[in-house]
Design a protein around this ligand. Sequence first.
Ligand code: SF4
Length: 69
Amino acid sequence: MRVSIDANVCIGAGQCALTSPDVFTQDDDGFGTVVPGREDGTGTLVREAARACPVQAITLHDLSDEPRG
Ligand code: SF4
């Protein structure tokens, strides 16, 4: 899995960091960022955090869905 946050969409609500602090944190301005090294989505409640974001700024890419070869 790959996790990304669309910084143009994020409103800094902080729900992601509250829900899944393993994977999400907030920058100095309060906007959501992925914890360095956790871009692969390793952690708990990642999907729940994505659902909790009020503006759907979080995208989870399932690598198994991507074309191979
Ligand atoms: S929950 Fe969504 S809007 Fe809030 S900080 Fe996280 S990505 Fe940004």
